[in-house]
Design a protein around this ligand. Structure first.
Ligand code: NDP
Length: 252
């Protein structure tokens, strides 16, 4: 158990990758909190995780909500050792868009959800973090491979990778490490937000055909990578990006 009694917060831990990461941290002995806006999926996820984890409702684009997440977690468990800034992705009801359809409001929503919220998820956590904590930002291989309709999302995730580098230096005096974990194509509910139900199987098969190892990634794959970045096994890994994508980013 590499994270025995370490206190973790996983934003967006009520679904997909965030839940897979929370499970993996728990399996390594961590306790703590998962967050999300949807109370029903939050309750279900907490029940599935079992003893040691609580759910805290909050919107990561709301700075008061972020403050509350950390205050409640630290109040219950003590200071935080592992922060996984995972909440993000597709803005509700506004999946891929061509440049002709993008509005200023749509642009701001994507940047707020994927970039601004990441920065402030870290900043607001600082008073509640232990020295020597590990912060894991969830990026995306979309930062490295262009995809139609995903330009703003991809740019925000590229900036997240940059944030990890800068924040690592900012937080060096407290020995707080910041790294990015960039997933490739991972099987989560997000694909149901991008294409209609009848196209889901086709989309997934397309990814299986493209990804060199011949399968999509799973939330459990992301959990293993995150547990490594959270643990002392990665103590000399600072400000870098770990890509977990079955080899996809390397193919031209
Ligand atoms: P899901 O849609 O399954 O999960 C998204 C999570 O983010 C949910 O827990 C959701 O909870 C939470 N969330 C979304 N908006 C907000 C908000 N405003 N405030 C608080 N929580 C929010 O997607 P994934 O698990 O696939 O995505 C998780 C992360 O991984 C994202 O950052 C995404 O960009 C990244 N990623 C995913 C890839 C994939 O292939 N699946 C590939 C590369 C990166 P709720 O709705 O309850 O608020």
């Amino acid at each position: 158990m590499k994270l025995k009694n370490k206190v973790a917060v996983v934003t967006g831990g009520n679904s997909g990758i965030g839940f897979g990461i929370a499970e993996a941290l728990k399996n390594e002995g961590a306790i703590g909190a998962i967050t999300g806006r949807n109370q029903v999926t939050l309750d279900n996820a907490v029940k599935e995780l079992g003893e040691g984890f609580i759910g805290i409702k909050g919107d990561v684009t709301n700075l008061d909500d972020l403050e509350n997440v950390y205050k409640v977690t630290a109040g219950k468990f003590g200071k935080i050792d592992t922060l996984v800034v995972n909440a993000g992705g597709i803005v509700d009801g506004q999946p891929m868009m061509s440049i002709s359809d993008v509005t200023e409001q749509n642009y701001d929503l994507y940047m707020n959800l994927n970039l601004k919220s990441t920065y402030f998820s870290v900043k607001k956590a600082l008073p509640y973090l232990n020295d020597g904590a590990s912060i894991i930002l969830i990026g995306s291989t979309a930062a490295h491979r262009a995809a139609p309709g995903m330009t703003i999302y991809a740019a925000a995730k590229a900036a997240v990778i940059s944030l990890a580098k800068g924040l690592s230096l900012d937080l060096l005096s407290r020995r707080i490490r910041v790294n990015t974990l960039s997933p490739g194509s991972i099987e989560t509910p997000v694909f149901g937000k991008i294409v209609p139900e009848e196209n889901l199987a086709g989309l997934k098969q397309m990814w299986v055909n493209i990804i060199p190892v011949g399968r999509m990634g799973s939330p459990a794959d992301m959990g293993k990578a995150a547990a490594f970045l959270a643990s002392d096994d990665s103590e000399f890994i600072v400000g870098t990006e770990l890509i977990s994508d079955g080899g996809m980013t390397n193919i031209s």
